[in-house]
Design a protein around this ligand. Structure first.
Ligand SMILES: O=P(O)(O)OC[C@H]1O[C@H](O[C@H]2O[C@H](CO)[C@@H](O)[C@H](O)[C@H]2O)[C@H](O)[C@@H](O)[C@@H]1O
Ligand SMILES: O=c1ccn([C@@H]2O[C@H](COP(=O)(O)OP(=O)(O)O)[C@@H](O)[C@H]2O)c(=O)[nH]1
Length: 472
């Protein structure tokens, strides 16, 4: 069996839990397959400590069956590659937020430099029959950089965030360079069929790609495979965590504390794409329109700190704090606060208990690649008395989880109405919806995602051996 080499910006010790869907999913994959996980160490070297752009120190550590190899980044590189280009240009545009993108700051040089650095550090560690799987928007040009160093291995790529329609993508100066980078991979995977279709339309309209069947495209003088591979969770592992002491203790505590109320839960990174202010406004609308919810409904909102170096993230923090304060100020009573807001990361081991004690989950991003919290909520429920998932139609998960109550998060009244339906839903309907949702999460779990992607990658390369590599 060829060795699996996973490359992503953020990596985590697969034996421990992490916040952030990508790290959680890849840890689960690598725990099963073994192999190497290569990425950023999380360490930034300041200029006073020799942190000028250039070579980053490499660290190697064995974590069970997985070899973790990480690279430090110089401050200048981190600022341009991670804060600047990845999270200040690509993240907003790929989430349809052209208004938040900073195109003028010249971050692209640092983005390219770090991709070249990763390629230089990774190439000597590769074995000829390795299968390389690169993840996410931080590393779009990596395959082309590896090819330039002579790497002949199969290289697949998975985009964890949405891919916008061609005319939004085309607003990025250098979009053609980025898409040529994507087309240097043997297989490009997307979270949803909508994202996949956006890619197909872009390469046809902007690069004259020809559909050669079987998910393959002839473009830039080579053949690239593309498809939708929605990511899942390890449902069995999550069910087991739900029964573990930490989750049970949380469940019992929540049930005791909220025995007279129905609990609503939101668990998100504090990110403008997650639609948190829109969610709170819909919750306020619920309290205004349905007075019977007073004292009977409490929303617990966890907002895990994220990317605090990017200015758009601190703006949303203030907006959220002010909304929570005004809702509690206007509706709260001595013995009831409508919103409990926490700006903190909650250990993943405790989340299943919280999910299971909640009658309703609010997963209402304005855009989201997938959203694993939606699937975790489903997996944690008691099938005999399950909670209801209120899900944004703009999350990748909505293509699969059709038995959720699908909402448009921009529609405050509509979302408030759906929350009220969720709170009132009869047991039999809750059971039926949950059964269908759980079946979907089980069928398309993280193992399905990994196996299907890697099987296609193996076939893709075998069919196309001999196609020329792309140089950027
Ligand atoms: O690494 P950070 O900058 O702290 O951000 C955390 C991760 O956020 C994004 O996650 C995405 O991947 C999830 C799993 O596929 C998906 O469910 C979610 O919709 C996406 O937003 C990002 O894409 C990752 O690279 C980050 O590590
Ligand atoms: O306080 C928190 C917030 C989130 N998470 C985990 O982080 C992941 C978030 O993944 P998702 O796909 O929903 O969104 P992302 O943050 O990757 O955009 C899920 O596994 C959550 O259980 C966590 O462990 N603690």
């Amino acid at each position: 069996m060829p060795r699996l080499v996973v490359v992503s910006n953020r990596i985590a010790d697969p034996r421990k839990t992490a916040a952030g869907g990508l790290a959680v999913a890849l840890a689960e994959v690598l725990n099963n397959t073994g192999g190497m996980w290569f990425g950023w160490s999380g360490k930034v070297i300041e200029p006073s400590a020799g942190g000028k752009a250039g070579e980053g120190e490499v660290h190697t550590q064995q974590a069970g069956a997985v070899k973790l190899v990480t690279v430090d980044l110089a401050r200048e590189d981190y600022d341009a590659y991670y804060v600047g280009y990845s999270n200040g240009v690509l993240w907003p545009v790929f989430h349809y937020r052209l208004d938040l993108a900073d195109f003028d700051a010249g971050y692209i040089g640092g983005y390219r430099r770090v991709n070249q650095l990763f390629a230089r550090k990774l190439a000597p560690l590769l074995q000829p029959d390795d299968v390389i799987w690169v993840h996410d928007y931080h590393l779009i040009p990596l395959a082309a950089e590896l090819r330039a160093l002579g790497c002949q291995q199969r290289i697949g790529y998975f985009l964890h965030i949405p891919l916008p329609p061609p005319l939004i993508l085309a607003a990025i100066p250098g979009h053609d360079w980025l898409v040529r980078g994507l087309c240097s991979y043997d297989l490009v995977g997307f979270q949803s069929e909508a994202d996949h279709q956006h890619f197909c339309r872009y390469i046809q309209s902007e690069a004259g790609a020809q559909d050669v069947g079987g998910g393959r495209w002839r473009v830039f003088n080579r053949t690239v495979h593309a498809g939708a591979y929605p990511i899942g969770i390890d449902v069995d592992e999550f069910a087991a965590v739900t029964q573990a002491p930490e989750a049970r203790e949380m469940y019992e505590r929540m049930r005791r504390e909220y025995s007279r109320r129905k609990l609503l839960v939101g668990v998100d990174r504090l990110d403008y794409s997650k639609g948190l202010p829109h969610r709170l406004k819909a919750f306020r609308e619920l309290l205004q329109k349905y007075p019977e919810t007073h004292k009977s409904a409490t929303l617990i909102q966890i907002a895990s700190p994220s990317r605090e170096d990017v200015s758009a993230y601190s703006d949303i923090l203030h907006e959220l704090e002010s909304l929570c304060g005004s809702i509690n100020g206007n509706f709260g009573e001595l013995d009831w606060m409508p919103v409990r807001y926490m700006h903190r990361t909650v250990a993943r081991a405790r989340l299943p208990g919280l999910y299971r004690a909640s009658r309703v989950a609010l997963v209402t991003p304005l855009r989201d690649g997938m959203n694993l919290v939606a699937k975790e909520f489903v997996a944690a429920q008691d099938p005999e008395d399950p909670g209801v998932l209120v899900l944004s139609r703009f999350a990748g998960a909505a293509e699969q989880l059709k038995e959720a109550l699908l909402v448009n998060p921009y529609d405050k009244e509509g979302t408030a109405g759906a929350i009220q339906v969720a709170l009132q839903m009869p047991l039999e309907e809750r059971r039926q919806r949950h059964q269908a949702l759980l079946a979907n999460c089980k069928r398309f779990d993280v193992h399905w995602w990994c196996d299907t992607f890697l099987d296609t990658l193996r076939t893709a390369q075998a069919e196309e051996s001999g196609t020329p590599w792309l140089r950027l």
